[in-house]
Design a protein around this ligand. Structure first.
Ligand code: SER
Ligand code: ZN
Length: 504
């Protein structure tokens, strides 16, 4: 990458002696700053410069490095030098223009936009990005690096668009003789087990399906988590923006959150006009309300693992605690599904147990085998499902908007999806199976992002979301609503069932 920077430094006052004062020192300082900040083998130089009153303008070029780092280094040196010799400070430094030229292996197929002032041109396998008016904070914060990455990413994404998601079969249970073909949500609605919720994409579960959902939860805890030594935590329900910045969710799926707003005040006097309007109109005074609540301050839980990582952030986990194995079932996941909603299996609000584990790579690989074995026991022997597993694009890449597939051949890091056949959707071959569970080893992404350490060696993490509605739908879609047709193992766990409520 080549960088050319037109910079402007504003001094605290005009320099006594003017240009002549600088002539002796500036080239030397620039040479030193370029050499020190650009690293070995990088060619950099200072071009023409000019001083007018308190305004110093100059150009810096780095053939294959980060010219803005050289500018910051030069500014530091200039501050010291001018402070010492002339009692003059440097008030501001900014890049009037920062021209970055870099290779793009594939030409863009559509315009590429950026949200900061710039010009962008493509040609001859290269992109030239000219950023305008970067202040000191933007320079320090390396906006220019991120803008280049974003351009590269956007071009790459144009070529990935419409490509199929990665999916590779890993294991498959034997086919089962399934006689049920009804959509279980429809069946439950017909029998008044369920009611479509009072707000979008949510369901009210009556006593019977609630009991079945909790039965799934007990099976997961008693048959998978407790035997493997997982311990329960209870986490808050709101995810802070700070957490989602670290995980990448904020840039990956901002359109899938339910955002949380706070009242600006809890003083009844502030709300008086609002409450009076409610009393008179019996309607929601929406415009009034909008003025009385804040903008979004957090999001309703999207996944539980981010907040679990937050809990451990900045901590060093004692070696003997590894692998650390915890699970949360307190936070309820909310996702804005828009067009994708269907039945109880694709909803805006769902109940999930999310186990999270941290340990050495070897420990996590071993734990994955143990989890796979316990899950297989549940799905084969208790729920008697027809199911399969597949390697898929890792959830943490999907949800952070990353492109491509990680380790698709090595299969150390990555996500395994568990899928169940839903007879109501059609044949085994042609229909889409339901992802009812996943299991991931994520590597060091989250320990790094949240600064979680152990005493020595590498610390990896992973998670395995257990979607309770999904377990329930997979089971009912294959086995139906008639308890006498359910496998004995499940009937034993379910125990006595609540009565079916009759409505007249
Ligand atoms: N965090 C995972 C997901 O969102 C669940 O384990 O899919
Ligand atoms: Zn997770």
């Amino acid at each position: 990458m080549r960088g050319e920077l037109d910079a402007e430094l504003v001094l605290s006052q005009s320099l006594p002696g003017g240009r002549a004062t600088l002539e002796g020192v500036l080239p030397g300082l620039a040479e030193e700053a370029l050499a020190r900040s650009l690293g070995k083998g990088v060619v950099g130089r200072m071009g023409p410069w000019n001083l007018e009153g308190d305004r110093l303008t100059l150009t810096l070029t780095a053939e294959n490095g980060r010219a803005h780092q050289a500018l910051l280094a030069l500014t530091r040196r200039l501050k010291v030098e001018l402070g010492r010799t002339a009692k003059v400070g440097v008030r501001t430094v900014r890049a009037l223009r920062y021209r970055l030229t870099f290779d793009v292996p594939k030409a863009p197929t559509a315009p590429v936009s950026l949200p900061i002032p710039h010009q962008l041109r493509f040609g001859d396998g290269q992109a030239t990005l000219e950023l305008e008016g970067l202040d000191e904070e933007a320079l320090r914060d390396n906006w220019s690096d991120r803008a280049v990455t974003l351009v590269e990413d956007k071009v790459l994404r144009q070529h990935y668009q419409g490509k199929e998601q990665y999916w590779k079969l890993l294991s498959q249970s034997p086919a089962r003789n399934l006689t049920v073909t009804e959509d279980p949500t429809e069946a439950m609605l017909r029998r008044n087990w369920l009611r479509n919720g009072p707000t979008k994409g949510k369901w009210f579960l009556g006593p019977l399906p609630a009991h079945l959902l909790r039965t799934m939860e007990r099976i997961a805890i008693d048959e998978v988590l407790r035997p493997l030594g997982f311990e329960e935590v209870v986490q808050p329900h709101h995810d802070s923006f700070d957490i989602l910045l670290k995980t990448g969710h904020l840039e990956g799926v901002p359109g899938e959150f339910y955002y949380v707003a706070e009242p600006k005040s809890r003083d009844p006097a502030v709300w008086e006009r609002f409450t009076d309007l409610v009393k008179i109109t019996r309607k929601v005074p929406e415009a009034e309300l909008a003025n009385l609540v804040s903008g979004p301050v957090a999001v309703s839980c999207y996944a539980q693992c981010p907040t679990t990582y937050w809990w451990l952030s900045g901590r060093t986990i004692a070696q003997e605690m590894l692998p650390l194995k915890v699970f949360d079932r307190a936070a309820i996941s909310n996702r804005y599904e828009s067009g994708g909603r269907h039945g109880l299996e694709r909803v805006d609000e769902f109940h999930r147990i999310e186990p999270v584990y941290l340990g050495t790579p070897e420990q996590l690989l071993e734990l994955r085998e143990q989890l796979l074995a316990r899950y297989a026991h549940v799905f084969n022997d208790i729920l008697e499902l027809e199911w399969r597993t597949a390697w898929v694009t890792p959830f943490y890449m999907q949800q952070s908007g990353a492109i491509g597939v990680e380790d698709e051949t090595q299969r150390i890091k990555g996500t395994i999806d568990f899928e169940a056949y839903l007879p109501y959707r059609g044949t085994r071959e042609a229909s889409e199976w339901l992802e009812f569970q996943n299991l991931s080893i994520v590597g060091d992404k989250y320990p790094k992002a949240f600064t979680i350490k152990t005493q020595k060696g590498e610390l990896w993490s992973g998670c395995t979301g257990i979607g309770l509605e999904r377990w329930l739908i997979a089971f009912l879609a294959q086995r139906g609503l008639d308890p006498t047709a359910w496998p004995a193992g499940f009937r034993k766990y379910a125990g006595e069932l609540p009565r079916e409520i009759r409505f007249l």
